[in-house]
Design a protein around this ligand. Structure first.
Ligand SMILES: C[S@@+](CC[C@H](N)C(=O)[O-])C[C@H]1O[C@@H](n2cnc3c(N)ncnc32)[C@H](O)[C@@H]1O
Length: 317
């Protein structure tokens, strides 16, 4: 908590509150000096400015604590308090990838509010840093996918999928979501040991359905396929349509992403979008490695660019 409060982003975001504290302290000291002067006493005889300051600060800090709970990382692992420059960088990266600067600015604001609301109301959390999540939610509708069929490989709690439904509907679309995830009780990542989730919630179908219900009729109608995306039986069950959007966010190893890209080639609609999550993230080098190998093959995909650690591809029309 201490590190959170002293980070550059937190200091910048909390500046208005600090200014308010300064003003109140000034008022307090001025009032004490006026009272002392009116009573014909010297100020030093009536007040210890240090003690008054400490008292005022304590009161304000205590009042500030519940406000911080809306944004801090407790119960979800990551703080949701991006800095101004961080937000602006995401907007300009999205403008670059989507070619829509006004849309990027609007969607980032709306997606940020949505993220806070979904994590407040839902079960579990959305995985990833704030700008990464906001970036994906903003970019997908702006890239105008050729149809409304969406596939999410790796859903964790289904809360990102539910949020994407909301963002697509805001753009006047009629999203139909299919999810593939082992829903194994915990998050699975080959070669990585991931302990209990920061949210304290098991990764299971009930949580996913609760979160999808927050996204109305389209959320409730979501097709949830339990299993691994490389499993031929799982693939056969959900390869019955061409997807306008495919979110690759399951197994983050190079082999896992390679397998998902190879499958995406087969099921993506002409002009469809593939989102590679955690693209270029230092923790997950396998994603870029698999991407580079894949792009050297005879692929339908063109790389559109990257924003906030997600890579965007478009299939040939
Ligand atoms: C990073 S989380 C997904 C986060 C989610 N998309 C979000 O934005 O909140 C990765 C999920 O993929 C699942 N997973 C791991 N290997 C998978 C595979 N081979 N196929 C499908 N899902 C997989 C994990 O268990 C976990 O639920």
């Amino acid at each position: 908590m201490r590190a959170l409060l002293t980070s550059k982003a937190a200091r910048r975001a909390l500046r208005p509150i600090a200014d308010l504290i300064d003003q109140r302290i000034e008022r307090h000291v001025r009032r004490a000096l006026q009272n002392a002067s009116a009573a014909g006493k010297t100020p030093a005889a009536t007040i210890t400015p240090d003690a008054a300051l400490q008292q005022e600060l304590k009161v304000l800090r205590n009042r500030q604590r519940p406000l911080e709970l809306f944004f801090d990382g407790t119960g979800r692992g990551a703080s949701r308090l991006p800095s101004g420059p961080h937000l602006n960088r995401t907007i300009s990266e999205l403008a670059q990838v989507t070619g829509d600067k006004d849309g990027a600015e609007r969607n980032v604001a709306q997606a940020f509010r949505l993220l806070i609301a979904m994590e407040a109301l839902g079960v579990g959390r959305i995985a990833g840093g704030t700008m990464n999540i906001v970036g994906k939610l903003s970019a997908v509708p702006l890239l105008k996918p050729p149809n409304d069929e969406i596939m999410e490989i790796g859903t964790l709690y289904g809360m990102f999928g539910a949020s994407l439904i909301r963002m697509m509907e805001r753009a006047g679309r009629d999203p139909r979501l299919t999810i593939v995830d082992p829903l194994a009780g915990t998050q699975l990542q080959p070669g990585t040991s991931i302990g209990d989730d920061a949210s304290g919630t098991p990764v299971q179908g009930a949580a996913v359905r609760t979160n999808l219900a927050l996204a109305g009729a389209a959320g409730a109608a979501t097709r949830i396929q339990q299993g691994f995306s490389e499993d031929p039986e799982v693939r056969a069950l959900v390869s019955d349509r061409s997807y306008g959007v495919i979110i690759v966010d399951g197994d983050h190893s190079a082999a896992g992403v390679a397998a998902d890209l190879e499958w995406a080639e087969q099921i993506v609609a002409p002009g469809g979008i593939v989102v590679l999550d955690d693209f270029g993230h230092p923790k997950w080098p396998g994603i870029k490695e698999a991407f580079e190998k894949h792009m050297a093959t005879d692929t339908r995909f063109t790389f559109l660019g990257q924003a906030a650690h997600s890579g965007y591809l478009r299939a040939a029309a």
